[in-house]
Write a protein of this length. Structure first.
Length: 278
């Protein structure tokens, strides 16, 4: 079946296609309404060297080169389940991603928070930013690093407003609408195919019966009937052994019958004559 045949089949089943398309629109609208957008906030943080780790009165931003390894270690610590689960438990459905910022070579951390509402996204991003500084301080305390040599973390950017994310919403809407359209087209094609098969079967001529040799059949039957009738007549003829009855059946007159009744020899001769006649 080519494209033209398919389009003609769908046109013939317009009473299925049109309601199906309207239903697909309704389903898509319903999916868009039911699936809510998520809200995203982003924050970035920069690691700075300790004051006593750089020359006095020097600019700390000029000494960031040696902090890349420290940034990787901090990312692993902050992104761990032990660090994030207590925060996420306060905001059901929220998600957090902590990575190194790939857009820069400096020791920059990038935190992305997604939540069901703008308020939840704000709470998650603030909690993770605070937890980053606390985690970094605890790690250095455990190593007994002097306070003047400890690395610090400086927030660079923190979104003041969330950005609505429609990706999941669009996927759900498109999927629901597309599934309804596909089911509609399949149903229309199935109905049209079944209808076409019925029309073809009804248009096919019925097979002709095999020819029968009626003459031979009838002749054979007649012969059997004739033979059977002859045997039947021979068995049931009442005058077969009765010359008087034979003469009566043959249309003999009353005088002949009476004479047969009076003379036994004539009766016997009449019987033999009757049998010869047959």
């Amino acid at each position: 079946m080519n494209v033209a045949d398919t389009m003609r089949a769908l046109w013939r089943r317009w009473y299925i296609v049109i309601p199906g398309l309207l239903l697909a629109v309704a389903v898509a609208i319903g999916a868009w309404t039911l699936v809510k957008p998520t809200y995203e906030r982003v924050a970035t943080q920069l690691l700075l060297p300790g004051i006593e780790s750089i020359p006095e009165n020097s600019n700390p931003f000029l000494y960031l080169g040696g902090l890349s390894n420290a940034a990787d270690v901090l990312v692993d610590a902050v992104a761990s389940s032990a660090s994030l689960n207590p925060i996420l438990a306060q905001y059901p459905g929220a998600e957090v991603e902590v990575t190194r910022d790939g857009t820069t070579a400096g020791p920059v951390l990038r935190i992305v928070a997604n939540a069901k509402s703008d308020a939840d996204a704000a709470g998650v991003i603030a909690a993770v930013v605070e937890n980053t500084a606390v985690t970094l301080e605890d790690m250095q305390k455990q190593e007994n690093i002097a306070a003047g040599n400890r690395i610090t973390v400086l927030p660079i950017t923190v979104d003041a407003e969330s950005t609505p994310q429609q990706r999941n919403r669009l996927i759900a809407t498109a999927g629901a609408g597309a599934a309804t359209v596909i089911l509609t087209l399949l149903l229309a094609a199935l109905v049209d195919g079944m209808s076409t098969q019925r029309r073809r079967r009804s248009a096919e001529p019925e097979p002709e019966p095999e020819p029968v040799d009626e003459e031979a059949h009838i002749v054979g039957s007649d012969e059997e009937l004739v033979i059977e009738k002859r045997h039947h007549d021979r068995d049931e003829l009442p005058w077969q052994d009765d010359p008087i009855a034979a003469e009566t059946h043959a249309g003999g007159d009353i005088s002949t019958i009476k004479s047969l009744l009076g003379d036994p020899e004539q009766v016997a001769d009449a019987g033999r004559a009757s049998r010869r006649t047959r």
